[in-house]
Design a binder for this molecule. Structure first.
Ligand SMILES: Cc1cc2nc3c(=O)[nH]c(=O)nc-3n(C[C@H](O)[C@H](O)[C@H](O)COP(=O)(O)O)c2cc1C
Length: 345
């Protein structure tokens, strides 16, 4: 990274400021301890606004995580990258997740996000297993390089005053989540999310909640447990096993944006809200399409909505045929027509 101009907050190398622990804003975040996980290609602004709209009024403070955003992309002021950092008031509070492997560049991106005023938390990705990320030494590759990860987190800590979090896996091939979590805590990370799988596992096999429990015991900062929570029962079990301070929901929320509200309601009140009817699913799918198009335009919106539609129609009679139809739809009107047809099934 020669000839680069660093953000003043990064260049000044200001010391870490010790604050009250846990910070009051972090305490506030954990009042609503069910979190929407960061998911590239899924948890964009449209999806986050939709999830927020489906929350009970009392639950509006719930924190949702953005898709991962490249720190290098921010550094080079890549248009598409910068667009991913912009949040709208209807979706906030939002944790913006960044990924990278160069401490100064990651810190600069974090400072940029803080200055934008779009985020409530800055999260750092230490879990992405995708080969193109991994081979750059980013995402889950940092699990096998805890010393570098520590430098990155410490640089981010110095650059921003917002709460910062890190989302880790259990390890790369070997499990070392406890060591990584302790190092993160030592440099001032405010909370830690743990996906209970190694990089080697990608998304296969059952998440290992016992190892998340070991992380929870090892650190004082709040820990969020993640992996395989999809209903009231799995929520009960992950909490009983890990004793975590919060739970993060990923894949089960795809095509199921109500789930976050249903799980938070259950967690806070014990009430088990009914799953949505087919008519409700159809109505929300329509809203989702409209939002994606509002934020990204018709061409991109229709294309991206195909993947969401496949999730919404999972388990419906004739789902496979519907997915074929969605994949052929080129315009909003074509898409809406197929959605309307579902009601009659
Ligand atoms: C399509 C998809 C995209 C994902 N993108 C990200 C990401 O950008 N950042 C991240 O930290 N994790 C990402 N993940 C991992 C999830 O946040 C979560 O850790 C994982 O899916 C396990 O939780 P679950 O069993 O509730 O899905 C992604 C997962 C999926 C399925």
């Amino acid at each position: 990274m020669s000839n680069v101009t660093l953000h003043p907050a990064v260049a000044s190398k200001s010391p870490i400021v010790r604050r009250q622990f846990p910070r009051s804003d972090v305490v506030e975040i954990f009042q609503k301890p069910i979190f929407l996980a960061p998911m590239a290609g899924v948890t964009d602004t449209a999806f986050r606004v939709l999830v927020r709209e489906l929350l009970d009024d009392d639950f509006k403070g719930l924190l949702m995580f953005s898709e991962m955003v490249s720190a290098a992309g921010v550094h080079y002021r890549n248009e598409k990258t910068l667009a991913m950092l912009r949040t709208v008031k209807e979706e906030r509070p939002t944790a913006i997740q960044i990924f990278g492997s160069e401490p100064a560049i990651c810190a600069e991106a974090a400072a940029y996000v803080e200055e934008l005023g779009s985020a409530t938390v800055i999260d750092f990705n230490c879990g992405c297993p995708a080969p193109k990320i991994f081979k750059n030494g980013e995402g889950s590759a940092l699990m096998k390089n805890p010393a570098l990860l520590e430098k990155i987190l410490s640089a981010i800590r110095r650059a921003v005053s917002l709460p910062i979090s890190v989302k880790i896996r259990l390890g790369c091939n070997e499990i070392n989540a406890v060591e990584v979590a302790k190092r993160a805590e030592a440099v001032g990370v405010d909370f830690i999310a743990v996906h209970g799988r190694t990089r080697e596992q990608f998304y296969s096999g059952a998440a290992n909640w016992e190892e998340i429990a070991r992380v929870k015991t090892a650190v004082k900062v709040p820990v969020i447990a993640n992996g395989d929570v999809r209903d009231f029962d799995s929520l009960d079990r992950i909490l009983a096993t890990t004793k975590a301070d919060g739970v993060m929901i990923g894949r089960a929320a795809q095509g199921n944006p109500w789930l976050i509200n249903r799980l938070l309601k259950y967690f806070l009140t014990g009430e088990r809200l009914e799953p949505p009817t087919i008519a409700e699913r159809v109505a929300v799918m329509r809203r989702h399409l409209q939002k994606i198009i509002f934020y990204k335009g018709e061409r991109v919106g229709v294309c991206e909505m195909r993947a969401h539609a496949a999730c919404y129609t999972k388990g419906l009679t004739g789902g496979a045929e519907l997915r074929n139809q969605f994949n052929r739809a080129e315009t909003v009107d074509e898409f809406l027509k197929i959605i309307e047809g579902i009601n009659g099934r």
